[in-house]
Ligand binder design. Structure first.
Ligand code: ATP
Length: 237
């Protein structure tokens, strides 16, 4: 069986006595946009942080393009672009400096960096914010800058925690287009959201998470049928 894309098997994560996720398994193949959908506190952020190696699971494992994230995080990270839900600590950097910082971590040469930042800043209409401090950006613009920073090293796998919150509608369209293009080229996308309408007509597959477990999975059409049949879950968050 192919090990490309994202493979998550039996993840359990506890914070002290609190079990935040309890046996999460999912697979996202190259070419797919998988939306992890669930209400606040369901376990989306914990799942995504564990997938990118920020948290160590109590059990279970994660493979990114065949690399076990918790065994060799440095190698796995080369293939991952991650946007956290609540970024902190970059307020004092200008947007341009933030990209330079990311480029230095990722080993992106200067000419490649300027070519890519130009392309993405234009796409997200961020050109005029290049000299702004990260700390003075609106929530939506900060989200866009973080998405650009996650794309700079052109990773195969994108893991995005509620990336569209606070983003203006026009940027959401550009953003979805960027992700679609990424998937069409064989990239893998995992995106979390607590609102169905942000991922409708865009995600190729959806997983519903509740109380730390994936309770249903499939295309939106399949899910709607399952929800109707069960009667005890809802797609409205
Ligand atoms: P949100 O959309 O509100 O971020 P979520 O679906 O991402 O919600 P998580 O943040 O993963 O959910 O939280 C899952 C559960 O774990 C919740 O009950 C939450 O209160 C708990 N939790 C999360 N982080 C911690 C922590 N650092 N310490 C203790 N409990 C935590």
């Amino acid at each position: 069986m192919s090990t490309t894309g994202i493979i998550v098997e039996g993840l359990v994560k506890r914070y002290g006595g609190k079990t935040a996720i309890n046996g999460v398994s999912l697979r996202v193949e190259p070419g797919e946009i998988y939306a992890l959908l669930g209400p606040n506190g369901a376990g989306k952020t914990t799942t995504l942080k564990t997938i990118v190696g920020l948290l160590r699971p109590d059990s279970g494992y994660v493979l990114i393009d065949g690399v076990n994230v918790h065994a060799d995080r440095a190698r796995a990270l080369r293939n991952i672009g991650y946007v956290p839900e609540n970024p902190v600590g970059f307020d004092y950097l200008r947007v341009r400096e933030f990209f330079e910082f990311v480029a230095s971590l990722r080993g992106i040469p200067r000419d490649v960096l300027s070519e890519r930042t130009e392309k993405y800043l234009q796409l997200f209409q961020l050109e005029k914010f290049e000299d702004s401090f990260m700390g003075e950006l609106s929530k939506g613009n900060l989200q866009k800058v973080l998405v650009v920073s996650a794309l700079l090293h052109e990773p195969k796998v994108l893991v995005l925690d509620e990336p569209m919150s606070g983003m203006d509608p026009e940027s959401q369209i550009a953003f979805k287009e960027v992700l679609r293009e990424h998937a069409v080229k064989g990239g893998t996308v995992l995106i979390s959201s607590h609102m169905l309408d942000t991922v409708e007509r865009f995600a190729t597959r959806v997983g519903i998470i509740a109380d730390g477990k994936i309770i249903a999975e499939g295309t939106l059409e399949e899910l709607k049928r399952k929800v109707e049949a069960r009667g005890d879950i809802t797609l409205e968050q």
